[in-house]
Design a binder for this molecule. Structure first.
Ligand code: APR
Ligand code: PHB
Length: 394
């Protein structure tokens, strides 16, 4: 079998890249280790920057997003018992975010791919990437017990943090930067109306909490937990009681509880691998970088990586130019590091750290106070939250 671009991974990065390439007339095949249902069973963040919405518009996969997505022009920060609204829309000259689950973005992209008859091979096992340093890379895998080879011009490693592509790069050709945080987020999804119509990010003496949503009838809530906690330690009752204790009296009164339909604990990590291009193989999305979820930048970064990549590959096929390919890593990393900085900063500001007590705690309180009372500081938060622009220049 042969294709122009072999894409490893059918998460949002791989699926959006496939859609962008297809639109540019570039043939591609996606190889995914899991089944489609498994991929759709993963619950991830749900805040889309305008840049991401624009990309979904560009590939024509945004009808449901525009119908069901919730447009938000602000967020609330809760600390010292009070909520403070950051009016992102007015602070950024009219920019908003759209609250729409990543799982739904994935579902829409999968459905579009199926409608267009584009090939995605699910349950592709033992995927291995070969000869990406040569002009003739290939990918081998096993499906339904049969060994297969896919010849291609390029390989796109969209296979997430635990994927095979980054792991196949020779040690010494790649530098990894990592920060692991001393806590996790316990998240639940429940069919109850959201406590407030905008997101509430809370920092209390009990730690971080986030009130988010998927729709007017489905809520997504998180609380900070020690890394040693197990999901089994957390009954729904315990979760609701803990969440309530993070909230201000008005939110406490508005909180509607109910049975969870999903409950999981995710550790928080910042990670970047440099560079993101190795000959004819590119890394994109979680394969190259992870942000802690505070600020929900993960999907948005994945989307802009694949925009840069599709742009570079389109330029290559249309103009026989390597310019975009040669700039891919640098272009992506500039945007990635800015989002890494923001996600690290927002995480540091909103969580209780084992060593936050005393001086650290006082500085955190002073920064939150400054943040909500200084237009410049609020604007900086707003500008990063709605997303920095996509930049094709130097
Ligand atoms: N072979 C084939 N597929 C693989 C392999 C492999 N060896 N390893 C991993 N995969 C698949 C995974 O099963 C998964 O479906 O690659 C896909 C990677 O998808 P994601 O982990 O969702 O990563 P990405 O598409 O880059 O999306 C980034 O996901 O984790 C969130 O916050 C992150 O929102 C961001 C988004
Ligand atoms: C979510 O809705 O799951 C969500 C929202 C905002 C975040 C993280 C997660 O910062």
């Amino acid at each position: 079998m042969r294709t122009q671009v072999a894409i490893i991974g059918a998460g949002p990065s791989g699926l959006l890249l496939g859609a962008l390439l297809n639109q540019a007339g570039i043939d591609n095949i996606i190889l995914e280790r899991q089944s489609g249902d498994y991929v759709l069973g993963r619950i991830r963040a749900g805040v889309l920057e305008q840049v991401t919405v624009d990309l979904l518009d560009e590939v024509g996969v945004s009808q449901r997003l525009h119908k069901e997505g919730l447009v938000h022009g602000g967020i609330e920060l809760l600390f010292a018992g009070k909520r403070h609204r950051i009016d992102m829309n007015s602070l950024t000259g009219g920019k908003n975010v759209v609250v729409y689950g990543q799982t739904e973005v994935t579902r829409d992209l999968m459905a579009d791919r199926a409608t267009k008859g584009l090939t995605t091979i699910y349950d592709a096992h033992d995927v291995q990437v070969h000869d990406f340093d040569s002009a003739n890379p290939s990918v081998t895998y096993t499906t339904e017990g049969q060994a297969q080879t896919l010849q291609c011009d390029f390989i796109a490693g969209c296979d997430g943090f635990h994927g095979v592509c980054r792991a196949s790069v020779p040690e010494g050709s790649i530098t990894e930067y990592e920060k692991v945080y001393p806590f996790g987020w316990l998240g639940i999804l429940a069919d109850v109306p959201p406590v407030s119509h905008e997101l509430i990010y809370a920092n209390t003496d009990r730690g971080f909490a986030l009130c988010s949503m998927r729709s007017a009838t489905r809520s997504r809530y998180y609380v900070q937990v020690p890394l040693t906690d197990k999901v089994e330690d957390w009954s729904d009752e315990r979760f609701w009681a803990d969440l309530k204790n993070h909230l201000d009296p008005e939110a406490q009164a508005n909180l509607v509880t109910g049975p969870s339909i999903e409950k999981s604990i995710a550790p928080l990590r910042s990670f970047v691998a440099e560079p993101m291009r190795f000959g004819r193989m590119f890394l994109a999305g979680d394969a190259a970088h992870i942000v802690p979820p505070t600020g929900a930048k993960g999907l948005n970064l994945a989307a802009t990586d694949v925009k840069y990549l599709s742009h570079a590959l389109t330029e290559y096929y249309a103009e026989k130019s390597n310019a975009g390919i040669d700039h891919y890593s640098q272009r992506c990393l500039r945007r990635i590091w800015r989002a890494e900085r923001f996600s690290w900063w927002f995480t540091s500001l909103m969580h209780q750290f084992p060593d936050t007590a005393g001086f650290g705690q006082k500085v955190q309180e002073a920064e939150l106070d400054y943040l909500v009372h200084s237009a410049s500081a609020s604007r900086s938060l707003a500008e990063n939250y709605v997303g920095l622009p996509l930049n094709f220049g130097e």
